[in-house]
Design a protein around this ligand. Sequence first.
Ligand code: PNS
Length: 174
Amino acid sequence: MKKRKNHDPRRSRGLVVTALCPGSFDPPTNGHIDVIERASHLFDEVVVAVIANPSKDSLFSVEERHRLLAGALARLGNVRIDSFDGLLVDFARSQQISAVVKGLRAVSDFEYELQMAQMNAALLEGLETMFLTAKPSWAFLSSSLVKEVARFGGAVDGLVPEEVSKALAAKYGH
Ligand code: PNS
């Protein structure tokens, strides 16, 4: 009998569990990378989904955010980057993903995250959201603060992947 190339018996038996890590990633920070990396140890595969039409204006285009994430996550073999427009539940359905993983930095994040998790579960039955608590060293970190610091010429090395630091310097002309 001919062997099928790339046949993954776990996948064909529905045993591959995929986590969806959605976000604006404008830009990705070390906090994002840490949560994605930890999710990649817990799940068979992780799809990082960059929102293409965030409600807020973004500094980086979706292609730039995609490239920055791809560079920072290249060492993780079970992580792929994608992007989506519109509702998260529609993207999750199209990819047949039933687990969303988000990072929680503080109680203040929890209120909105809980609301989104419950809305998403109401829109798509069976869609579960799981939270990974941020490492204390990244608890204060956010994309907006990183942009503000970089805009005024502050050092963001050590807070974001190296490529992101360079991309911020190029955007702000430093
Ligand atoms: O990095 P962010 O900005 O916290 O990411 C938020 C994101 C993109 C995950 C969230 O805004 C989202 O899922 N947007 C898609 C639109 C949607 O599905 N809205 C209803 C969610 S309750």
